[in-house]
Design a protein around this ligand. Structure first.
Ligand code: AMP
Length: 221
């Protein structure tokens, strides 16, 4: 693998995008750009973007493309992204993918690959309903599949763990519907461009991690 990685993680909520993105971040020194994390923080801080986005997050719907593209264009121009990036949760629509191509063109960058994680629906529900995140550092856990050493506290920074508001069953269903209708077309979009690499997202965190690294290395070979 070259020095700089520029990848997109594609997959339904609960596929393990965030968990795996954090591994890549550590291994390659690239930065994880999670649009969901950015939006949740904006909502919490009551910024202008946060005020626009809050209602969409609550319902499990997509924040408008224009808002997302401005946000990502700004984020990718920050200095740390020059070391590489892992887009986690973006793009989610064809319009966002087209906008991303433009942004990258302006920066003189290209994507290395788009890692598409596949997981059966029942596994998604199981993963999301047990998911916990650290309030302080954002590290991810699962109460059964990837539990912290000390219940309700982060192994890494000792921060308190919490459950996302949108990991409730009715919102999960809305998010899955949005994924099927608006995000799945990106599979075709990136396959056509020769960038798509499919990953079996079933199994343990470690098993999936090994698959992700294998795909990236093969893609670079
Ligand atoms: P995530 O953490 O990726 O599951 O995102 C949580 C929520 O943030 C989603 O359900 C959307 O409401 C919003 N969101 C995150 N990324 C995007 C995006 N690329 N486009 C539109 N909305 C997004």
């Amino acid at each position: 693998m070259g020095e700089v990685v520029r990848v997109v993680f594609l997959g339904p909520p609960g596929a393990g995008k965030g968990t795996q993105a954090k591994f890549l971040e550590k291994e390659y020194g690239a930065c994880q750009v999670s649009t969901g994390d950015i939006l949740r923080k904006a909502v919490q801080d009551r910024t202008a973007v946060g005020k626009k986005a809050a209602g969409y997050l609550e319902k499990g719907q997509l924040v408008p493309d224009e808002v997302m593209l401005n946000l990502v264009a700004e984020r990718l121009r920050e200095k740390d992204c020059a070391k590489g990036f892992i887009l986690d949760g973006f793009p989610r629509t064809v319009a966002q993918a087209e906008g991303l191509e433009e942004i990258l063109g302006e920066l003189g960058w290209k994507l290395d690959s788009v890692l598409c994680m596949r997981v059966p629906q029942e596994m998604i529900i199981q993963r999301l309903s047990g998911r916990r995140s650290c309030k302080k550092c954002g590290n991810l856990y699962h109460v059964v599949l990837n539990p912290p050493q000390r219940e309700e506290f982060c192994d890494r920074c000792n921060g308190e763990l919490y459950q996302r508001d949108d990991d409730r069953e009715e919102t999960i269903r809305a998010r899955l519907h949005v994924f099927e209708t608006q995000t799945v077309p990106l599979v075709h979009y990136y396959r056509k461009r020769g960038l798509l690499r499919e990953i079996d997202g079933a199994g343990s965190v470690e098993e999936i991690r090994a698959r992700v690294f294998r795909e990236l290395e093969e893609g670079a070979a």
